[in-house]
Design a protein around this ligand. Structure first.
Ligand code: ADP
Length: 388
């Protein structure tokens, strides 16, 4: 595994003498999803600002791809392209009169030609599901849309790492889930993601690695199960346990559920409680790649496939469903929800775009191997073949 960001004995004091970071030594691996958690004032935002050179260490150093960061103008431009930062409050980030100008700011500053800037802006807006919003003023958009514009502004610079300070704060549950799904999609595409959050449920189920900070120091790092499995530690950090962990601990205390580590999600919790798998018939999960079909074909596929539940993963699939006027049963947590339905013998279809198909199949196969449930994942590689 490649270390992409590293801090060595990193200390930072603000001008008024507040010691915000004390001897922080961490290394982050490329391609991982990392969540920084901890109470207010723990130093999460300060650490994030260190990662893209907005703040400069008082002591110690930050390394990007093994090289200590330099703080001259050219080095800072290069690090801020490679490590993009999305601020907690979108209004702090969005300032241009139109969405296009806002997203174009980064690539224009990198010196790209106008045609290239337009192409990158178009791609980034399409990715975040906001094609057609180019002329709108950002301050008239909803909170979720503003967050997407801010993310597009970073994406347009093709960063290796994206840092998001409290990406779901002030968003309604559906917008939060959509943002997190989008981050998942970016991660499948190879981006390293670092978020800070107070939402322990989100950190627990989303992150590959959780870093718990308190009073400027890292007090524990590990998988969600390792960090949140320690109830005393979590309480000491003024956080609460993720609901699934709390429920598991209650059930384990009553002798109803036993396992060495808490379950990662509702699916695993259900498996702990019920029979591992049904012996009768499992449902099938069909996967339709929307990159390969037009609206008419999608409608035909959905009419032909005997699926009781429909899910859309990723913005292209959600946009396609909207264009087709098709309502979806699941738009977030789609794979697990479809597995839960398949365990009850129901068929599902997941609409998604190219890069996600293999991931979905793998996840369903992994679950099948762990649980013994024989849920078939059927990729409609060419959706149209089903129509023949
Ligand atoms: P978190 O993101 O975990 O809430 P921060 O990194 O924002 O923590 O803050 C860490 C510490 O630094 C806190 O004690 C906070 O009050 C202090 N701090 C943050 N920003 C400033 C600032 N601009 N000036 C002085 N102190 C600050």
């Amino acid at each position: 595994m490649t270390t992409i960001l590293e801090t060595r004995s990193l200390c930072y004091s603000y001008g008024d003498g507040t010691k915000a970071l004390k001897d922080v030594c961490i290394s982050l691996q490329e391609g991982k999803k990392v969540a920084l958690v901890g109470p207010n004032g723990a130093g999460k935002s300060t650490l994030m600002l260190m990662f893209n050179g907005i703040l400069r260490p008082s002591e110690g150093e930050v390394l990007f791809r093994g090289r200590p960061m330099s703080y001259d103008a050219a080095s800072l431009r290069s690090i801020r392209r490679a490590v993009g930062m999305v601020f907690q409050n979108s209004d702090d980030q969005l300032f241009a009169p139109t969405v296009f100008q806002d997203v174009a700011f980064g690539p224009t500053n990198l010196g790209y030609a106008a045609e290239k800037v337009s192409r990158y802006v178009g791609f980034a807006l399409q990715y975040v599901g906001l094609s057609g919003y180019e002329r709108r003023p950002p301050h008239h958009l909803s909170g979720g849309e503003k967050k997407r514009v801010a993310i597009a502004g970073i994406l347009a610079m093709e960063p290796d790492v994206m840092i998001l300070d409290e990406p779901t704060s002030n968003l309604d549950p559906a917008s939060s889930e959509e943002i997190m799904e989008m981050l998942d999609e970016l991660n499948y595409g190879g981006k390293t993601l670092i978020i800070s959050t107070h939402d322990v449920d989100l950190a627990y189920r989303w992150a590959d690695e959780v870093i718990l900070m308190k009073e400027g120091s890292v007090v524990r790092r590990g998988t969600g199960q390792e960090v949140f499995g320690d109830a005393e530690l979590i309480k000491g950090a003024r956080l609460k346990l993720p609901l699934v962990v709390e429920l598991y601990q209650e059930l384990a205390g009553r002798g109803i559920a036993q396992r060495s580590a808490p379950p990662k999600n509702i699916l695993e919790l259900c498996d702990l409680l019920g029979p591992k798998s049904r012996t009768e018939e499992w449902g099938r999960i069909y996967i339709c790649n929307v990159d390969e079909v037009d609206e008419k074909q999608v409608v035909e596929v959905l009419q032909t496939i005997p699926a009781g539940f429909r899910g859309a993963m990723g913005n292209s699939a959600k946009a396609m469903a909207e264009r087709c006027g098709i309502s979806m049963d699941f738009t977030y947590g789609v794979i697990d929800k479809c597995i839960l339905k398949a365990l009850l013998g129901k068929n599902c279809i997941i609409m998604t775009s190219g890069g996600m198909v293999d991931h979905i199949i793998q996840r369903i196969r992994d679950y099948g191997q762990e649980s013994g449930a024989r849920i078939e994942a059927i990729s409609l590689l060419k959706c149209t073949e089903i129509l023949k």
